[in-house]
Design a protein around this ligand. Structure first.
Ligand SMILES: NC(=O)N[C@@H](CC(=O)O)C(=O)O
Ligand SMILES: [Zn+2]
Ligand SMILES: [Zn+2]
Length: 347
């Protein structure tokens, strides 16, 4: 039995491509299926200025294999020294589609992020004025807040006050992991959206910790209890246009994942679309996959839906995905859902 589903070609609204050999290795994995992606700016050093974003975009386009059709949508990394005029010019020229807020120290390469929010007031007000969206890594960094509570506390203590103080600021809560995140989005009908990753629809915290520690399931925000995974599944498959796909595919070398202080990030670029088809079918919501992966994101970012299509097919045979990708001298482990997948992308 073969089943097939054709949707408008999807986009990835939260993606890490890195640089150098890693960029060369991972870019085709995304460009094969996705037409566009919001490119995260957390390089070392970060992409802070328009000039840095131009140079990074050029490196991405130079790494794109011949014949692949992919558009990187660039972002700037917000720091306390960001110049609102530089940000405005990068937006006006069409170079950037969003600005990324990392609370300082919250995640991989976030040390240049924001500690004192009063130092970014002028930037936030400029973004609200010109309609430039802000992507947010929504976790507090306080050592006395339990890591499983850091998203919920961020919403109350940081995000909601910022949004109240900055009317018109358009915010994307990136990679939400809790029912608190889902509920906050649902309670606010203007200027607020959220991305959901593939892996947070599949794993809960038991997958990381029960029966031995699984470094390749460790990412930030860390996966939460099962009730939260179910809330994310309900939101993603609901058809509500405020929720859309941002894979947060975040490659790290195996040496740095399988390490006494392992890096946060799951690499899902290779198999995201078949995994999502599996999840949406489980939820009896295959008809909602196109909205989540291909329509809601462009609507939020005020961009056209892609005119080309992607076809997913389901067969009796189990789909074989590579377990690892080579990146220069290193390898990157592809996210393993832990159960057989019968969907694949028709080539
Ligand atoms: N998600 C992650 O666990 N890691 C991301 C950073 C991020 O998106 O927070 C990375 O850059 O590796
Ligand atoms: Zn993040
Ligand atoms: Zn990320």
């Amino acid at each position: 039995m073969t089943q097939s589903l054709t949707i408008a070609r999807p986009d990835d609204w939260h993606l890490h491509l890195r640089d150098g050999a890693m960029l060369n290795a991972v870019l085709p994995e995304t460009a094969r299926d996705f037409a566009r992606a919001i490119i995260m700016p957390n390089l070392v050093p970060p992409v802070v200025t328009g000039a840095q974003a131009t140079a990074y975009r050029d490196r991405i386009l130079a790494a794109l294999p011949e014949g692949m059709d992919f558009t990187p949508l660039m972002t700037l990394y917000l720091t306390e020294d960001t110049d609102p005029a530089d940000m405005e010019a990068a937006h006006a020229s069409g170079l950037i589609n969003a600005v990324k807020l990392y609370p300082a120290g919250a995640t991989t390469n976030s040390s240049s992020g924001v500690s004192n929010f009063s130092n970014v007031r002028a930037c936030l007000e400029k973004m609200a004025e010109i309609g430039l969206p802000m992507c947010v890594h929504g976790e507090v960094t306080d050592h006395d807040i339990d890591i499983f509570d850091r998203e919920a506390v961020f919403i109350d203590r940081v995000l909601d006050p910022i949004r109240r103080a900055t009317p018109g600021l358009r915010v994307i809560m990136e990679h939400i992991t809790t029912s608190n995140g889902v509920d906050y989005v649902k309670a606010n009908d203007t200027d607020l959206g959220a991305t959901i990753t593939t892996h947070h629809l599949i794993i809960n915290r038991n997958h990381i910790l029960a029966g031995g520690i699984k470094p390749h399931y460790y990412c930030l925000p860390v996966a939460k209890r099962e009730e939260h995974r179910l809330a994310l599944r309900a939101a993603a498959t609901s058809g509500d246009a405020r929720f859309f796909l941002g894979t947060d595919s975040a490659p790290h070398t195996d040496a740095l994942k399988e390490h006494p202080c392992g890096c946060a990030g799951c690499f899902t670029a290779t198999n995201t679309m078949p995994l999502l088809a599996h999840v949406f079918e489980e939820e009896n919501a295959l008809d909602k996959l196109e909205g989540f992966a291909s329509r809601h994101g462009p609507a939020f970012y005020r961009l056209p839906v892609n005119s080309d299509t992607l076809t997913l097919t389901k067969s009796d045979a189990v789909t074989e995905f590579p377990t690892k990708l080579e990146a220069g001298e290193d390898t990157v482990t592809v996210f393993d859902p832990g159960f057989p997948i019968h969907w694949s992308v028709a080539r």
